[in-house]
Write a new protein. Structure first.
Lengths: 292, 395, 317
C-alpha cells in the first residue's frame, strides 16, 4: 500500500512538470492556433539562464527564478515578433514549420555556443527529504508542485479578471472582431507569448534544480509530452493543460509501476488516441458543432 | 490503366538500360585510396549535431588533440619521410542516412585513407558499406555492438575496427566481478531500452551472471525521472543494481536512488566513466559505485593516461572522459598502423590495424584480435563520495 | 485520347532521358559515389514526400506519422530480403511492406481520420511512436540495435524507377475522378458530403495510398543504407518529410521535387560546417518560410500540356 501512495506522489510530481510546460503550449495555441514547437526549447533557455546567473552572478534561487521568467518572456516576444508575426496570415502549417525551425535553431545554437554536453545545475536549494509516514517527498518536489499550482491560479486570474485577459479571450474567439472593437492584436499576442514563455522559464529553473542536469536538447522530449498533455486535456484551455499534465504523469507512473516500463510512451499515446476518439477535442474540450 | 502501361514500358526501358551499363560501371574498381603529397588525410565522421552530439563532440576533441600532438611531434614517419596528418571532418547530424553520405563523401571526394567515427554502433553499420566499397578502414571509438566487426557469414569485416570494448567483453567482466569479487548474488537491472549498447550489456551480463537477476526494468535515453522505477525496485530484495547506460541518465539514477534510500552498490559499464557522472549525481550521492573504465583517474599505472589527461585539460579546460580518450587512441592506432606498414595507403592501414600488437595507448595496452576487437585489460573503478578510491584490473 | 498519348509519351521521354543522363554522367565520372548517395537519398525523400503531400496537400489531412509507415515498409522488406537476398526477395519485400503498411493505415485511419486538424496530427504522431516502440521491443526486429547486414539490392536505378512509379501513381490518382473527390474533401467537407462524396472513404483511401508509398520509401532506405534501427523512424523523421512537403508547397508535386532536391543539396554542402550545420539549416528553414510562406512553388505544377499549348499559341501567332 505504501508503495502505491509513494507512486502516486511520484506521478503527481512528474505530472506537475508536464502541466507547467503544457500551460504555455495551450495559451499560445488558444490565441493563434499555432503549435509552438519551440516552447520546449524556451524551457531549455530558462534552465541555462538559471545555470548562468546562479553560477556567475551568484543569484539565490528566487531571483534566479524570476529573472529566468523575465528573460524567457523577452525571448518569447522576440521570437514571436521575428518568426511568427510575418506568418500570421499564412497557412497555419507554414507557421508550424517556422516553429520547428526556431526549435532547431535554439537547440543547435545553444549546442554550438555551449557544446552539447550535459551540465550539472548548481544546487541553489539544498535537498531535504520529508517522510510522511511511509511516503517520502523532497522539498524540491513540493516546491515544483506549489509553484506550478500557484502559477496556474495566477494565470487563470489574469485571463479571467484583467483587461488584458479579456483581450486575450476576445482575440482567441475572433481576431478580426476584436480588432474592430479596438483591441491591439499585436500587443495581445505578444503578451500571450510573454506569459507562456515566462512559465516555460520558471519550469526550466525548477526542473534544472530538481534533476540537476541540463543540456541543449533537454526541451525536445518534454516539449512533445507537454504538447500531448495539452491536447489530451483540451488544447486552448488552462485547466485542460493542467489536467492533461497530471493525467500523463500518472499514466507514465502507473505503467512503470506495473512493470511495463519499456512501453511507457506507447501507452501514453494509446490512451491519447483512445480519448481523442471518444472526445475529439480532449477531455475538457467542447465539441463545436459545424454549421453550414 | 494508363499509368500502369506507362509504368511497364518505363520499367522495361530502365531495366534494359541498367543492364547495358551495369557492366561498364562496375569495372571501375579501385584498390583503395592512395596517400599522395606531403600530408596524410584522415577522415572524421562525427556526430557534431543531433541526438548523439555530446558523444560526437567528445570524439572530435580527442581526435583533434591526437592529430595536433602527432603533428607537433613531427608527424608520421613513412619511408623515412615525416608526413603531417590532416583531419578532414564532417558532421553527420546523428542521422544514419547522413552517416552513409558523409562516409562516401570522405572516401571518394576527400580521398581519406582512414576514418575515425562515427561513434554509435548503428551509425557504424550505416557507414561501413561505403567505406568497404572504397576500401577505407573505419575505426570507431564507441561502437560496442558485438556483431559490428563480423559479416553475416561469420567472417570478419575487413575495414571495421574499434578502439573500445565490445559489449559482451564488458558485460562478462562485470558479471564475474559482481559475483566473484563482490560476492553479491542478487542483481536488479535498470537498462536503457533505446540503445543497443545497453541491450548488449544486459544480454551479456544476464548470460554470464551466476547469481539471480531479480528484475529488469527499462528507461529511455532522455528520461529524467526515475523515481517510479526506483520505488518499484526498492520493494524488492537485491544486493546490487546494474545500470547499463550512459552517464547522462546514470548520473540521475544514482542521485535519485541515493536520495530515496537505496544504498546497495550501483554497477555500470564504461558509459559511467565520465566526470559528469559525479557532477550530475552530486558528490555525496556518488558512493558505493562500481564501473568499468579504460583508465583510472589516478592513473598510477599508466603514464600515457596521466599525460593525456593533462594535455586535454590544458587544451579544453575540461576533464577528459572516455569517448575522447578512445578517439585519441583510435587516431594513434592509425599512426601506428601506417608506421608499421610503412605506407599510408588505405588498404595497408587496414592491414596494419588488423595486425596491431602491444599498442601502448591511453586506454591500455592494445592488441587486435582476429575479429578486430582490441584486447586490453578491463579496469573496474570504485567511487566513494565522488572520488575514485580503488581501481582493480580484471581480465 | 490522342492528345493524352502525346503528353504521356513526352513524360516518358523526360523520365528515360533523365535516367540516361544520370547514367552517362556516372560513366564519365561526373557523378561519383558521393553524388550517387546524395541522388539516392533525394530520391527516397521524393518518394516519401510525394506520399505525404497526397495526404496533407490533396486530401487536407494533417498527418505527422509518416515515419511509422516508413518503418513498417523498412522492417518488412529488410526481414524478407535477409531471408531471400535477391531481386525476387526485394520485390516480395516491397509488396509485403506496402500491404502491411496499407493495412495498418486502414485500421488506424478509419477511426482517427474523423479527427480534425491538429488533433489528427497528434494522433498520427502517436501511432507512429507506438509503431516505433513496438519495433524497439520485438525480438524479430532485434530491439534497439535494429537490423543490419541487409543486402544492398537498391541501387540508384531502382530508386529512380520507384521515384517515377510512385509519382506516376500519385499524379494519375490526383488527376482522376477519385482524385477530384479527394480534393473536394480538402476544400469543404460539408459541401463534398452533400454532393454525395463519401468523405471518410476518400480520406482513408488517400491515407492508405500515402502509407503504401511511405513503405516503398522505407524499404528502399533499408536496402540502400543496409541498416535500420527504431531510432531512424522517430518524430524527427516525420518532421523532416513534412518540411519537404511544406517547403515545396502544399499541394504541388513539382514543389516536393524541388524542395527535396534543394534540401538534399543543402545537406550535402552543410556536412562541412560541423556543429554550425544545423544552425545554418534552421536559419535557412525559417527564412524560406518567412519569405515564401506558401512554399517555394506554392501550388504551381510543371505541366507538359501547358508548354505544348504555349508553343501552339506561339506557332499560330
Amino acid at each position: 500500500m505504501h508503495t502505491v501512495l509513494q507512486q502516486l506522489v511520484n506521478g503527481l510530481s512528474l505530472g506537475s512538470i508536464y502541466a507547467l510546460l503544457a500551460l504555455g503550449y495551450t495559451m499560445v495555441y488558444g490565441i493563434i492556433k499555432l503549435i509552438n514547437f519551440a516552447h520546449g526549447d524556451i524551457y531549455m533557455l530558462g534552465a541555462f539562464w538559471g545555470y548562468y546567473v546562479i553560477n556567475q552572478w551568484h543569484f539565490s534561487f528566487w531571483p534566479a527564478l524570476i529573472s529566468a521568467m523575465i528573460f524567457c518572456a523577452l525571448a518569447g516576444v522576440i521570437i514571436e515578433y521575428l518568426a511568427y508575426r510575418p506568418l500570421r496570415n499564412s497557412p497555419r502549417i507554414a507557421a508550424l514549420i517556422t516553429a520547428i525551425g526556431v526549435s532547431f535553431l535554439l537547440e543547435n545554437g545553444m549546442s554550438y555556443l555551449f557544446s552539447s554536453n550535459v551540465r550539472s545545475f548548481p544546487q541553489a536549494i539544498a535537498v531535504k527529504q520529508y517522510h510522511l509516514g511511509s511516503v517520502t517527498i523532497s522539498n524540491i518536489q513540493l516546491l515544483i508542485l506549489v509553484v506550478s499550482i500557484v502559477l496556474m491560479i495566477l494565470l487563470q486570474l489574469i485571463i479571467k479578471e484583467t483587461k488584458m485577459g479579456k483581450a486575450m479571450r476576445a482575440v482567441s474567439v475572433d481576431a478580426d472582431a476584436a480588432q474592430l472593437i479596438g483591441i491591439n492584436i499585436d500587443r495581445t499576442i505578444s503578451f500571450t507569448f510573454a506569459l507562456g514563455s515566462a512559465l516555460a522559464g520558471a519550469a526550466g529553473v525548477l526542473i534544472g534544480l530538481y534533476y540537476n542536469s541540463i543540456d541543449p536538447l533537454m526541451g525536445m522530449t518534454p516539449g512533445i509530452k507537454a504538447f500531448v498533455a495539452a491536447v489530451l486535456g483540451g488544447i486552448g484551455l488552462i485547466p485542460g493543460a493542467a489536467l492533461g499534465g497530471f493525467v500523463i504523469g500518472l499514466i507514465e507512473t502507473a505503467v512503470q509501476a506495473l512493470g511495463f516500463s519499456a512501453f511507457k510512451d506507447a501507452v501514453v499515446y494509446a490512451v491519447l488516441i483512445l480519448i481523442l476518439l471518444v472526445r475529439p477535442a480532449g477531455i475538457l474540450g467542447k465539441n463545436v458543432k459545424e454549421k453550414v | 490503366m494508363r499509368g500502369k502501361k506507362l509504368a511497364t514500358v518505363l520499367g522495361t526501358v530502365m531495366l534494359a538500360g541498367s543492364l547495358l551499363l551495369a557492366g561498364c560501371s562496375s569495372s571501375a574498381t579501385n584498390g583503395g585510396n592512395k596517400q599522395s603529397g606531403n600530408t596524410i588525410k584522415i577522415g572524421g565522421n562525427f556526430e557534431l549535431s543531433g541526438a548523439a552530439a555530446a558523444y560526437g563532440q567528445a570524439m572530435q576533441r580527442g581526435t583533434e588533440l591526437a592529430v595536433s600532438q602527432i603533428n607537433k611531434d613531427g608527424g608520421v614517419k613513412v619511408n623515412g619521410k615525416k608526413l603531417k596528418l590532416q583531419l578532414v571532418q564532417k558532421d553527420n547530424k546523428s542521422d544514419n542516412s547522413q552517416v552513409a553520405s558523409v562516409a562516401s563523401n570522405l572516401a571518394t571526394q576527400s580521398k581519406v585513407v582512414a576514418s575515425v567515427g562515427p561513434i554509435t554502433s548503428g551509425a557504424d553499420l550505416a557507414a561501413l558499406p561505403n567505406y568497404t566499397k572504397a576500401k577505407v578502414p573505419l575505426i570507431t571509438p564507441g561502437g560496442t555492438q558485438d556483431s559490428l566487426t563480423v559479416q553475416k557469414n561469420g567472417k570478419v569485416q575487413p575495414y571495421m575496427f574499434r578502439s573500445c570494448f565490445e559489449d559482451s567483453y564488458q558485460g562478462k567482466a562485470l558479471a564475474k566481478y559482481v559475483y566473484s569479487n563482490m560476492k553479491l548474488k542478487r542483481v536488479a537491472i535498470l537498462a536503457d531500452k533505446s540503445t543497443d549498447y545497453a541491450q548488449g550489456l544486459t544480454k551479456a551480463f544476464k548470460k554470464e551472471f551466476k547469481g539471480q537477476v531479480v528484475q529488469v526494468q527499462y528507461y529511455q535515453a532522455g528520461d529524467k525521472d526515475f523515481n517510479t522505477l526506483l520505488t518499484k525496485l526498492k520493494g524488492k530484495k537485491f544486493d546490487a543494481l546494474f545500470v547499463p547506460g550512459y552517464y547522462s541518465e546514470a548520473g540521475l539514477i544514482v542521485k535519485q536512488a541515493r536520495q530515496m534510500g537505496i544504498t546497495q552498490p550501483i554497477v555500470g559499464a564504461d558509459g559511467f566513466a565520465d566526470p559528469k557522472l559525479v557532477q550530475i549525481a552530486g558528490k555525496k550521492n556518488a558512493s558505493n559505485i562500481y564501473y568499468t573504465t579504460h583508465f583510472d583517474s589516478k592513473a598510477t599505472n599508466n603514464a600515457k593516461a596521466t599525460a593525456y589527461m593533462k594535455a586535454y585539460k590544458a587544451k579544453y579546460n575540461e576533464q577528459a572522459g572516455t569517448f575522447d580518450a578512445l578517439a585519441y587512441d583510435a587516431t594513434y592506432m592509425i599512426k601506428d598502423a601506417i608506421e608499421n606498414e610503412k605506407s599510408a595507403d588505405s588498404t595497408k592501414i587496414a592491414t596494419g590495424l588488423a595486425n596491431l600488437k602491444n599498442f601502448k595507448g591511453v586506454t591500455g595496452t592494445i592488441t587486435m584480435d582476429k575479429k578486430h576487437n582490441p584486447q586490453k585489460p578491463v579496469i573496474i573503478a570504485k567511487v566513494e563520495n565522488g572520488e575514485e578510491v580503488q581501481a582493480t584490473s580484471v581480465k | 485520347m490522342k492528345k493524352n498519348l502525346k503528353y504521356n509519351l513526352t513524360w516518358l521521354a523526360i523520365m528515360v532521358v533523365g535516367y540516361i543522363l544520370i547514367d552517362v554522367l556516372e560513366l564519365v565520372g561526373v557523378i561519383d559515389q558521393f553524388a550517387e548517395t546524395t541522388l539516392v537519398l533525394i530520391g527516397i525523400n521524393i518518394i516519401l514526400a510525394t506520399g505525404l503531400n497526397l495526404i496533407i496537400g490533396f486530401s487536407g489531412q494533417f498527418s505527422l506519422g509518416h515515419a511509422g509507415f516508413m518503418a513498417i515498409g523498412a522492417y518488412t522488406s529488410a526481414l524478407i530480403t535477409q531471408a531471400i537476398p535477391n531481386g525476387g526477395g526485394m520485390v516480395l519485400g516491397l509488396i509485403a511492406g506496402m500491404a502491411l503498411s496499407a493495412l495498418v493505415a486502414l485500421v488506424v485511419g478509419i477511426p482517427t481520420l474523423r479527427l480534425n486538424g491538429d488533433y489528427l496530427a497528434i494522433a498520427t504522431m502517436g501511432v507512429a511512436e507506438i509503431i516505433r516502440i513496438i519495433m524497439n521491443n520485438l525480438k524479430i526486429t532485434n530491439g534497439p540495435a535494429g537490423l543490419y547486414n541487409i543486402p544492398q539490392l537498391a541501387n540508384w536505378s531502382v530508386v529512380y524507377l520507384f521515384v517515377c512509379l510512385t509519382t506516376i501513381l500519385i499524379v494519375n490518382f490526383i488527376h482522376s475522378r477519385d482524385g477530384r473527390a479527394v480534393m473536394s474533401v480538402r476544400e469543404d467537407e460539408i459541401a463534398a458530403e452533400s454532393m454525395g462524396v463519401n468523405i471518410t472513404k476518400w480520406k482513408v483511401i488517400a491515407f492508405v495510398l500515402g502509407a503504401a508509398t511511405a513503405a516503398i520509401g522505407g524499404a528502399l532506405h533499408a536496402s540502400y543504407i543496409q541498416t535500420i534501427a527504431p531510432n531512424d523512424f522517430g518524430i524527427m523523421e516525420s518532421i523532416n518529410i513534412l518540411i519537404i512537403v511544406v517547403m515545396g508547397g502544399i499541394g504541388s508535386i513539382t514543389g516536393t521535387y524541388v524542395a527535396a532536391i534543394v534540401l538534399g543539396l543543402l545537406d550535402m554542402v552543410l556536412q562541412n560546417f560541423g556543429t554550425l550545420r544545423m544552425v545554418l539549416y534552421s536559419l535557412a528553414l525559417i527564412l524560406i518560410m518567412v519569405f515564401k510562406p506558401s512554399g517555394l512553388l506554392g501550388t504551381w505544377e510543371f505541366s507538359v500540356r501547358r508548354i505544348f499549348t504555349k508553343f501552339k499559341a506561339k506557332g499560330d501567332a
